[in-house]
Design a protein around this ligand. Structure first.
Ligand code: SAH
Ligand code: MG
Length: 217
């Protein structure tokens, strides 16, 4: 019998390590049919978030930017039954689609999607921290603001993770003053140089910037 082969390395990697189940496979096509943009994390990034959350035994996770709940499903699946995933989303329609998808995944009991500006809502959820993992994937200009919050509200040994660390492929370039991706440049600079963090980029999807919170923060 011929050995199973794949058309290219990316397909191999996805099929072997980051395969989506039927539910995950349907989330973004379903969201797109309702007019949501297809800007979720990749399956490889989802599997990485799942692995990271599992690795630290995460029980409390905070997310900035839900969209359709795709990343939320990966993250919330890593939680124990009494765990808690809170996602902050400015667009009510996105929040509604996200809630439906999290419920369809059987995760309604441990997930919550709140509607509003992340920078305002984050103050209300501080009581529910400290968090084991904070995942930042909302408006790019506010990444530094979300970072300040995460530094104060993530436990020692916890992780602060940001998506799109490559700034849609332009993080290494000089960007115009009004470009939101300057927020990513600042974010990367700060986490990379922060003495209270160990940071690196995991270059899956649009790159995940991953920071481990040390005791000295
Ligand atoms: N994490 C999702 C993708 C998020 S896309 C996934 O990978 O599946 C970015 C989301 O951030 C969008 O849904 C957008 O509406 C939301 N967003 C944009 N600005 C925001 C803000 N100021 N506060 C909270 N959410 C915001
Ligand atoms: Mg993203």
């Amino acid at each position: 019998m011929a050995e199973l082969t794949y058309p290219d390395l990316d397909t191999y990697r996805r099929e072997v390590f980051a395969r989506e189940d039927e539910l995950l496979k349907g989330v973004m096509p379903g969201a797109a049919s309702q007019g949501l943009p297809r800007i979720s994390i990749s399956p490889e990034s989802g599997k990485t978030l799942y692995l990271l959350a599992k690795a630290i035994g995460a029980r409390r996770i905070l997310e900035f930017g839900s969209l359709a709940g795709y990343s939320g499903i990966w993250l919330a699946r890593a939680l124990p039954v009494d765990g808690c995933f809170i996602s902050l989303e400015v667009d009510p329609k996105h929040a509604e689609v996200s809630r439906k998808n999290l419920a369809a995944a059987g995760l309604a009991d441990r997930t919550e999607v709140r509607v509003g500006e992340g920078a305002a809502l984050m103050r209300d959820v501080a009581d529910e921290g400290p968090f084991d993992l904070v995942f930042i994937d909302a408006d790019k200009e506010n990444y530094p603001v979300y970072l300040d919050y995460a530094l104060e509200n993530t436990r020692v040994g916890g992780l602060i993770v940001a998506d799109n660390a490559n700034g849609h492929g332009h993080v290494h370039e000089s960007l115009d003053a009004g470009d939101g991706r300057r927020g990513i440049q600042e974010y990367n600079r700060r986490v990379a140089g922060h003495p209270g963090l160990v940071s690196n980029v995991i270059p899956v999807g649009g790159w995940l910037a991953v920071s481990l919170v040390l005791e000295t923060v």
